[in-house]
Design a protein around this ligand. Sequence first.
Ligand SMILES: [Zn+2]
Ligand SMILES: [Zn+2]
Length: 325
Amino acid sequence: MLLERPGAPLREVTLPRPVPGPGQVLLEVRACGVCRTDLHVADGELSDPKLPLVLGHEIVGRVAECGPGAARFARGDRVGVPWLGWTCGVCAYCRSGRENLCDRARFTGWQLDGGYADFTVADERFCFPLPAEYDDIEAAPLLCAGLIGHRALAAAGDALRLGLYGFGAAAHLVAQVARHEGRRVFAFTRPGDAAAQAFARELGAEWAGASDEAPPEALDAAIIFAPVGALVPAALRTVAKGGTVVCAGIHMSAIPSFPYDILWGERTVRSVANLTRQDGESFLALAPRVPVRTQTEALPLARANEALDRLRSGRLRGAAVLLPG
Ligand SMILES: [Zn+2]
Ligand SMILES: [Zn+2]
């Protein structure tokens, strides 16, 4: 399924099978998760995508062929491909354990073709072995919703009372990890979204309400997954002194101005960008121990546009996963 220009629906096309270059593996795609970032790329909210482009950066695949010099995996191995597709390895960020901020990084399904396809290629150094406890569909959402959620939760520090704004693919995984760690979870959804609020309570949230409501007590941190800038001042109003608001999405509408007193008291607003390979390894080791259960809705790859539309309008429970073939 090909994005030819932002704003246009994806088109089903037949492309030549990609050829793995040096250090790359050719993967037969088994499942590919649908992430909100795919929507931002498809809608033109992220600049300079490769065009035409195959979206998708939560790829579960089987190694079909190894390119020259690629020796990390064998044919038939199951691997996951995340958003971080390549880094330079030499810039100040790469050399200080912050490859997620690499100046020259390339991202799967943005600058590199991704997994909304039967076959794709990936740099083997950025692929992850996947825990056997998860089948292909269950594993797909771990690869972005899970990894970014994990990084965002780390950025929230040791907050006991944790707010989650936007209860979709990432939040439903973070909530399980947070409960496993003994944290208290408060979920905020679009006003009137009773289904998402019920889903949050099922996953251990002790309170679930609308994003314009006040929680029953002050929070120690809040993570914003929804791409809505107005949630930043809303979340700042819910966190106690010393609390942190983490913006976990790659794109957000403009943040409205707000009075200084809701930031005063050593509150922090920060973002989380991308992932490091270390994030991936630690989360994929943690997930089966929790165990994190992924709530998915599988659709044939040919229905990718429908999956994107439903994500855009909030009509998904958990994460959509596309199945080729
Ligand atoms: Zn770099
Ligand atoms: Zn993503």
